[in-house]
Design a protein around this ligand. Structure first.
Ligand code: NAP
Length: 178
């Protein structure tokens, strides 16, 4: 059965990127590409995904205009009038109909919420985010783009080490209760 997963890397103080959308803190870290929670193993189980405008723009810019996910149906959340790269569908507003379309496209594989954090929170608020998989880098930024900018309860399911990273897997329980 398809799960909807926010798979990402973050700093110890919970940021996906710095205030200028730089990931320099991430790419300098030591990692075993075939180790726990590796990208290769994760992406092999993914059948569709979505991302917000800033992340889409960053990916294209970082790869000099080349699209990193040509074989994956992707949905781009933005309010802008844009002509996305082939394989990417523009979406806006309510995440629920997009989620249904992603699950259908994924055909039993997982759905990847690439980011950012607010988009992942929109899925969690709609009760549509099953899992958070985060590789925590041994660095703090003090400010930047937050991992999950709203309050949720999660259940720790797995812990591993990959190089410099603490690899954490959580089930999403729901809105934070006290
Ligand atoms: N560490 C990692 O592994 C990792 C993973 C993912 C991302 N990142 C980085 O983290 C940063 C995330 O940036 P971000 O926090 O700005 O988040 P983002 O989700 O990438 O972009 C936010 C934008 O997405 C659009 N959006 C989001 N929800 C929408 C909705 N429901 N309907 C229409 N448009 C919607 C809006 O764009 P409009 O301007 O069009 O309104 C919003 O301003 C980026 O620098 C990215 O590269 C890092």
């Amino acid at each position: 059965m398809s799960r909807t997963v926010f798979y990402t890397a973050a700093t110890l103080d919970g940021f996906l990127a710095d205030e200028h959308d730089s990931l320099a803190w991430l790419f300098k870290q030591e990692i075993d590409e075939s180790g726990p929670m590796s990208y290769g193993e994760f992406i092999a189980g993914v059948g569709a995904g979505c991302l917000g405008w800033t992340t889409y723009d960053w990916v294209l810019d970082h790869e000099q205009g080349r699209w990193s996910y040509p074989d994956l149906p992707m949905w781009l959340f933005t309010h802008r009038e844009v002509e996305p790269v082939p394989g990417v569908t523009v979406a806006r507003g309510d995440v629920r109909p997009v989620h249904a379309a992603m699950v259908e496209a994924a055909a039993g594989k997982d759905v990847w919420v690439v980011g950012g954090g607010d988009l992942a929170a929109q899925f969690a608020e709609a009760g549509l985010l099953d899992r958070v998989m985060v590789s925590v880098a041994p660095v703090t930024l003090g400010a930047g783009r937050p991992l999950l900018p709203r309050p949720f309860d999660l259940r720790l399911d797995a812990v591993a080490r990959n190089g410099a990273f603490a690899c954490l897997e959580y089930d999403v329980v729901g809105p934070l209760t006290t």
